[in-house]
Design a protein around this ligand. Structure first.
Ligand SMILES: N[C@@H](CCC(=O)N[C@@H](CS)C(=O)NCC(=O)O)C(=O)O
Length: 250
């Protein structure tokens, strides 16, 4: 008997790409149907209310700390990198070799570390404060980030790509695209939105990273997704925000 596809429900803030976008990209590349629950109208069981109910439902077992959260039947899992790994397993986007599967999660966790650092440039003091309330500190933090951390992040992935002889530097692991490549794609997307001038200044030093980013954007499923209304535009409520005053290349 043919295996039926489970109902994959992604719970994430409805108006931003944020961390949810890393998960969406894995679903989209794998062509696995998923429900982006909070983006449905409340009358269809969606909206922020649905997300809050899920986060607060301790009766369902170990509660998730923060979105994104994936629900598949009775299974409810949080942490972006872990969800991406799970979806990749469902959709054929894990590397083939067992050792590479560990490395994929190592790389995905590193993507999420650098994502948090990018977020902290505009929120250096507190998540619950507005950017305008921490602008002075943001203007102190951003130059340090742009001089040291952003190049370090891109250099690290350049090295990781170069180290993958099997993929001739085109993908991070083995010979085929994995969810770690999609994570790196979204990191570059976000950084390029937030800091276009600074990324342009260092892009020439990381040609493999930039080539991977371009190649992922051209993959049929990803290209179709990026052109669809499912892909929310970046905005100044998400993790990657463009404030021109912070994007001053060193
Ligand atoms: N390490 C977690 C972080 C999750 C997280 O911080 N989620 C944000 C949205 S992108 C949030 O809503 N946080 C609420 C909070 O930290 O209180 C992950 O990668 O999923």
């Amino acid at each position: 008997m043919a295996k039926s596809t489970p109902r994959y429900e992604l719970f994430y803030w409805p108006s931003i790409q944020g961390r949810g976008e890393f998960v969406r990209l894995v679903f989209e590349e794998a062509a696995l149907p998923y429900v982006d629950v909070a983006r449905l109208p409340a009358r269809q069981g969606g909206g922020v209310g649905a997300l809050m109910r899920l986060l607060e439902d301790d009766a369902a077992g170990t509660p998730p700390y923060a979105p994104p959260v994936l629900r598949v039947g009775a299974l409810r899992i949080a942490q972006t990198a872990l969800i991406c790994q799970y979806v990749a397993g469902e959709g054929g986007l894990l590397p083939r070799a067992v050792a590479d599967r560990w490395r994929a999660q190592q790389l995905m966790l590193t993507v999420m570390d650098f994502t948090l650092e990018a977020h902290d440039t505009h929120h250096p003091i507190g998540n619950s404060l507005y950017y305008e309330d921490q602008k002075r500190e943001a203007r102190r933090r951003a130059p340090h980030y742009l001089a040291e951390r952003l190049p370090k992040a891109l250099d690290y992935f350049e090295r990781a790509l170069a180290a993958n002889g099997a993929g001739r530097g085109r993908v991070l692991l083995g010979r085929s695209l994995s969810y770690a490549d999609l994570g790196l794609f979204q990191l570059v997307e976000g950084l390029s939105y937030a800091f276009p001038r600074s990324v342009a200044a260092v892009a020439g030093d990381t040609p493999r990273v930039m080539a991977l980013h371009a190649a992922v954007a051209e993959r049929p499923h990803i290209a179709a997704y990026l052109a669809s209304p499912r892909r929310l535009p970046f905005n100044e409520h998400g993790i990657f925000r463009h404030y021109p005053e912070l994007d001053v290349p060193p």
